[in-house]
Design a protein around this ligand. Structure first.
Ligand SMILES: [Zn+2]
Length: 325
């Protein structure tokens, strides 16, 4: 069973993907992403791999006969799910890779997004990464994913609505002005490079929920030139390295890259490329659970002060830089 069911109370789709339960148990020590597995080239730097058990497909199976034409609506689980392998080295993580190597990853994201954008039925494309067992990752081999959705998921739609109404009132991108105000305030800026800034946003929901914003107004990662791609690669290496340096552990996180939506309204003036991190830890051995208030009401509670956590993150960044020199 694979279909999109509409949640009429919330106004968003749920991907029903029960076939994913049938994923085979892999033999211990077998990694499909390692060279020699038969699934990937014998040698690669980065590699895009079609998900074997996709929740969304450009060739979707017929939905089950569950749509009653009233409040129970179901449609084809149209879209695309790809796995993006960051390295052939099973034990590497993003911050272990060279800036040159991560630039190849940025280029691969660009190529895959450009390619998927040609499918007019795809409305939003989001590269993301889940890292660490604590966020349910069973395969430690360094990888992320790209989902091409045939609708705009609700949280993204909410951002679009806020960006659109802000632009209508101020004739300026909300992202540009937010970054400007963060820079003027300065308390939550962690570090920056030529084209990007790493900061802990004013209203972050997560103790270490850092965000990467672009200094120039660029709506999509696809529009980055070579220098900007290298700059983003360096920013990703340093951000993940800083997070690892916080507690001297492989720091788990969820992360997503947001470009402007495609195949719909032109939001190039309103939207800036940005990255959000959603790390599940509040200290070395304490997890921040998304509990009832967060889940049931989307009423987030951050048990820490962003300005204090920003100081901690700046220290971790210094530690990371000192260790990498
Ligand atoms: Zn592997």
């Amino acid at each position: 069973m694979a279909e999109l069911r509409y949640n009429s109370l919330i106004g968003d789709y749920v991907m029903i993907a029960s076939h994913r339960q049938e994923r085979p148990q892999m033999p211990k020590d077998y990694c499909p992403f390692c060279p020699g597995s038969g699934k990937v080239p014998d040698d690669y730097t980065v590699f895009a791999y079609d998900n074997d058990f996709p929740a969304l497909s450009q060739n979707p199976i017929e939905p089950d006969d569950v749509d009653n034409g009233l409040l129970f609506q179901a449609k084809h689980a149209y879209g695309k799910c790809e796995v993006i392998l960051y390295s052939k080295d099973h034990n590497a993580t993003l911050c272990d890779l060279s800036v040159e190597h991560i630039t190849e990853l940025v280029n691969l994201w660009q190529v895959r997004i450009s390619d998927l954008s040609k499918d007019s039925k795809i409305k939003y494309i989001m590269p993301f990464e889940n890292k660490g067992e604590i966020v349910g990752v069973t395969m430690p081999h360094p990888h992320g994913q790209i989902y091409g959705y045939s609708w705009i998921p609700l949280r993204v739609q909410r951002k679009i609505d806020m960006a659109t109404s802000y632009y209508a009132e101020h004739k300026k991108s909300i992202f540009d002005n937010m970054l400007l105000q963060e820079q003027n305030d300065g308390k939550r800026i962690i570090f920056e490079n030529d084209y990007f800034v790493c900061l802990l946003p004013f209203a972050t929901e997560y103790p270490y929920g850092v965000m990467i914003m672009s200094k120039e107004h660029i709506p999509s990662i696809v529009g980055f030139n070579k220098e900007q791609s290298i700059s983003l690669a360096s920013m990703l290496k340093e951000t993940t390295g800083m997070l690892d340096a916080l507690f001297n552990i492989r720091f788990p996180y969820m992360m997503a890259l947001y470009s402007a939506p495609i195949n719909g309204d032109d939001l190039s003036k309103e939207w800036n490329f940005h990255i959000e991190f959603f790390p599940p830890l509040r200290s070395k051995d304490r997890q921040k659970f998304n509990a009832s208030s967060e889940t049931a009401a989307w009423a987030a509670c951050n048990p820490t002060a962003p300005e204090e956590k920003a100081i901690e993150l700046r220290e971790a960044y210094k530690k990371f830089k000192a260790n990498s020199n």
